[in-house]
Design a protein around this ligand. Sequence first.
Ligand SMILES: Cc1cc2nc3c(=O)[nH]c(=O)nc-3n(C[C@H](O)[C@H](O)[C@H](O)COP(=O)(O)OP(=O)(O)OC[C@H]3O[C@@H](n4cnc5c(N)ncnc54)[C@H](O)[C@@H]3O)c2cc1C
Length: 407
Amino acid sequence: MSSPTSESGVAFDTDDETELILESLDGFIEQEIEPLEAEYEDILTNPRTGHEEDGLLTDEYLDVIETVRKKSADAGFYAMNMPEDVGGSDVSYVTWYRAITHVFANGRGLNQHVLAGPEGPKPLLLLGDEDQRAEYVEPVVRGEKSTAFAQTEPTAGSDSPAMQTTAERDGDEWVLNGQKQWITNAPYADFAQVFARTSSRDEAGRYGGITCFIVESDEWELGSLNNTPAEIGQQAELRFDDVRLPADRVLGDVGQAFYEAMDFLSIGRLELGAQAVGLAEYVLERATEYAREREAFGQQIGNFQQISSKVARGRAKQYAADSAGLRCAWKLDRDESVVEDISIFNWFATQTYWDAADSAVQIHGGNGLSEEYGFMDHLNYARLLRIVEGTDELQLNTIAKQNGLLE
Ligand SMILES: Cc1cc2nc3c(=O)[nH]c(=O)nc-3n(C[C@H](O)[C@H](O)[C@H](O)COP(=O)(O)OP(=O)(O)OC[C@H]3O[C@@H](n4cnc5c(N)ncnc54)[C@H](O)[C@@H]3O)c2cc1C
């Protein structure tokens, strides 16, 4: 990624390129996304019409998501964080962070598919050689294919090196056996980045001996869906039963995948924290508008101190979370270590969104609980963000360890 320059050390002004991108994103959402949201309102707002009986997204819903992804890729937004040699624009982390917060400040409609998420290109894929980049990475950057990151297993989540999935070398091939769960986009992905043990912990140590393989969708068996109220039909189990993979499906170096993935962990945490910051802004803005309009006991409810203070406290936290996110992005652009910063940011930003969504429900009273207003969806999604990219406890452990505790 290119690095923004600042002569005075710290700069809080946005450079012209970022400002232009944010303006163009607004235009894109208004012209391309909002009409689609109006056209497909029913499938987007009603889980019962957007999903098949088994919970999978309907073909119509998938088509709309793919249309958004493709239009965004064609307009140069979708994977603008990727390097130019795979079709991206190599924007800085600050620009990518600001783009995510900006897009998610519109809520959780189709806008959430404008910028690459877990189904899109991740820096880990850049470990691919020239052939892998042409076959797997570039089509994902163009929005033509989608992928999944498959690490978690039924008995290995936070403690991912405890994984049981194995791949054994057999001549020119690898034989993959095991099971993953909670894999986002698993039902719809064209291929997945699957982590497997290729040497035992005794031989290679706790973090060694793990290799990443590119596995295509016709090579796995799709297991049960892992549904949550906020993301029905998006996560699922993957099963591998003696899957034979050619040697050129190894992504990166044999036995090094855990270390290689660790290098990119911060970026996933930055991205989900940025979503939380944008969404906190969205729910707080809606709650503020409602507090101005809704009347009780002959006055705006916003005049009641217990209501106005929920908005004020939420706004203060959202401001602080955004500042922390920008600082992490700025440090990433300067190749500085962000191990503690990113855990502080991810933990604080997701807590901030959780508190803001809870306040928005409360400020809306009974309407806050209704499907129509959608705030319970935010509460569910905020809860999810506190688990997915490292749980609250794991983020706090990292902060404690960075301060010499929990050795
Ligand atoms: C919606 C969703 C999407 C997901 N997408 C993906 C995906 O695309 N790819 C993928 O590989 N995985 C994915 N995951 C899995 C996710 O990364 C794990 O759920 C997460 O890492 C936690 O693991 P776990 O669920 O096994 O919980 P566990 O690790 O079993 O943790 C259970 C509880 O124990 C606590 N705990 C564990 N260890 C410690 C410790 N050392 N100190 C203190 N407390 C601890 C945890 O914080 C938690 O509260 C997804 C999960 C969800 C819910």
